[in-house]
Design a protein. Structure first.
Ligand SMILES: [Mn+2]
Length: 299
């Protein structure tokens, strides 16, 4: 079976973060040649519209992210409607609300979407618990049904993700109690170092793909070690090494249950020399490259 067309949606949002540099991330990766690199793997790739947050049209930062989430969700829903595979390129991580709400809505007649969330942070704050009030710290809580209605209730329902079908890898911040209460599996960095990223990812993939109608990956580049990816919104020392990630993520999209991919928090303003752009491009090519079997069929 051949893979669907890969359709890239740029998420030009930095308003969700304290440092807004990620707003320029998707355009910078476009200029870096992301589409060309993905096409060179043998996938058919199109780059659609870029959805931009419009802070001037909103009365608050949260309001801007809510409006942006709605617009991004409608855009991703269209991609799925056309039976293409969405790749959302951020942008700060608040874009996850739009991306995965659309995937959840699309799969709803068949079941749930499961998610592997790779990140230095838990992104599970709500407006009630966040000191910074930065919406990019809230998307996972919103997808689990907690937070502002404009982020939780897209498409008129909440609880886009079930706690038992989400796993986080690479966390090294310990803020919110919400994920503990909900029983979400969190693999903190000490566990990743002890067991190895490959074993952790295999477990996370099983959590996201068992009993669900499909699964995907939301990859926050700050999950990587800053030695490999310095150009992120919020770098944190001692993360996942790029080589380990490349090895473990290889060929994920060959799974027919793999529905969508998201890459977030690329900050070109901190990416001197383009090291992080190269890391992001390599990661996406590794996940999304077609299988050898598909290439043979196409030949
Ligand atoms: Mn994040």
């Amino acid at each position: 079976m051949s893979q669907p067309v890969l359709h890239i949606v740029g998420a030009a949002v930095g308003e969700g973060a304290s440092d807004g540099g990620c707003k320029w991330g998707s355009n910078a990766l476009k200029e870096h040649g992301l589409q060309r690199a993905l096409a060179a793997t043998g996938r058919t790739v199109t780059w659609g519209e870029t959805v931009s947050a419009q802070p001037m049209l909103a009365s608050s930062r949260l309001g801007a992210i809510e409006g942006f989430s709605e617009h991004l969700a409608q855009t991703v829903a269209q991609v799925l409607h056309h039976r293409q595979q969405p790749l959302v390129v951020g942008g700060d991580h608040s874009c996850a609300v739009g991306t995965w709400s659309a995937v959840a809505e699309h799969l709803r007649p068949q079941g749930r979407v499961g998610l592997v969330w790779i990140d230095a942070h838990l992104d599970a704050h709500t407006p009630d618990t966040s000191d910074t009030q930065a919406p990019h710290g809230m998307p996972l809580a919103a997808l689990l049904g907690h937070g502002s209605v404009g982020m939780t209730d897209l498409f008129g329902w909440r609880g886009k993700l079930l706690p038992s079908q989400v796993a986080i890898i690479g966390a090294r911040s310990y803020e919110p109690a919400l994920l503990n209460q909900l029983g979400v599996r969190v693999m903190y960095m000490p566990e990743v170092l002890e067991r190895g990223f490959a074993a952790c990812f295999a477990e996370a993939r099983a959590i996201a793909s068992t009993g669900t109608a499909g699964w995907g990956i939301s990859f926050d580049l700050d999950g990587l070690d800053p030695r490999d990816a310095p150009g992120t919104g919020t770098p944190v020392e001692q993360g996942i090494r790029l080589a380990d990630a490349l090895q473990a993520l290889d060929g994920c999209s060959h799974d027919p249950q793999f529905v969508a991919m998201e890459l977030t928090e690329y900050n070109p303003l901190r990416d001197f020399g383009g090291q992080t752009a190269r890391a992001a491009t390599a990661l996406l090519c590794t996940v999304l490259a077609p299988s050898a079997a598909t290439l043979e069929l196409a030949a």
